[in-house]
Design a protein around this ligand. Structure first.
Ligand code: CA
Length: 234
């Protein structure tokens, strides 16, 4: 027999969860059931699933927040959102947060199973791989598509210029980059132009990404020469 398709169900109401688990397993899926958004985020960073069935109203962080955070991380897993609040606005909000489909409670079980099957078919789960579109160093993860960074200090939305500078550092990892080179690359300025702007940017990057910005490990100063980015300091 084929390997079962793994689904993650996030639902805090026991009787609903029980019914869904039973019916999904009857259909031949392998179901993991979790009751809170926090647990779900942890589970999804450790294990991979073909599809997430996500209840909107949960204790702690709700379904919208879970959705939001997953997409922020660059996780493209298909999400079917369930809600008791079947208003048009909820539907729009859910979809705008990155849910792929939406079903209002109470729903018809057959329709639910069809939606699950439809989403799996549409996204062809076996081809769903983790998104490589991010760059990591230390405890930092930068999504190169959304320009968002997940750091020990929380999630940071990076500016276009910050991203430009980071990209250059990543591309030139380990190399000493002179101020002139950085200014030219990021701002398109001639090397003679005011360099304080550059120093301010470095200060900011250190504040975002360094454990101790006064003792930078990743964004280092090379005295008299410029700066150097190290992805994996000893
Ligand atoms: Ca609920």
């Amino acid at each position: 027999m084929d390997k079962k398709i793994p689904l993650l169900l996030i639902e805090d109401e026991p009787h609903i969860a029980k019914g869904l688990v039973f019916n999904l397993e009857e259909e031949g899926y392998q179901v993991t059931h979790i009751e809170s958004g926090e647990q779900a985020l942890e589970e999804l960073s450790n294990n991979s699933y073909a599809l997430v069935i996500l209840d909107l109203t949960l204790p702690g962080i709700d379904g919208l927040e879970v959705c939001d955070r997953l997409r922020e991380r660059g996780n493209q897993i298909p999400i079917l959102m369930l809600t008791a609040r079947g208003t048009e606005q909820d539907r729009i909000t859910g979809l705008s947060k990155g849910a792929d489909d939406y079903l209002s409670k109470p729903f018809n079980l057959k329709e639910f199973l069809l939606r699950v099957a439809g989403l799996l078919r549409r996204t062809n789960w076996q081809q769903t791989r983790p998104d490589n579109n991010y760059y990591t160093f230390g405890n930092n993860q930068i999504n190169l598509e959304t320009d968002q960074a997940i750091t020990a200090n929380g999630t940071i939305q990076l500016t276009e210029l910050e991203m430009k500078m980071l990209q250059f550092f990543f591309d030139q990892e380990g190399k000493v980059l002179s101020r002139g080179k950085l200014l030219k690359q990021v701002w398109g300025m001639s090397p003679e132009t005011e360099t304080r702007t550059l120093d301010n940017f470095i200060v900011r990057l250190r504040k975002y990404f360094e454990i101790d910005p006064t003792k930078p490990r990743y964004f280092r100063t090379v005295r008299g020469r410029g700066y150097r980015f190290i992805q994996e300091p000893e």
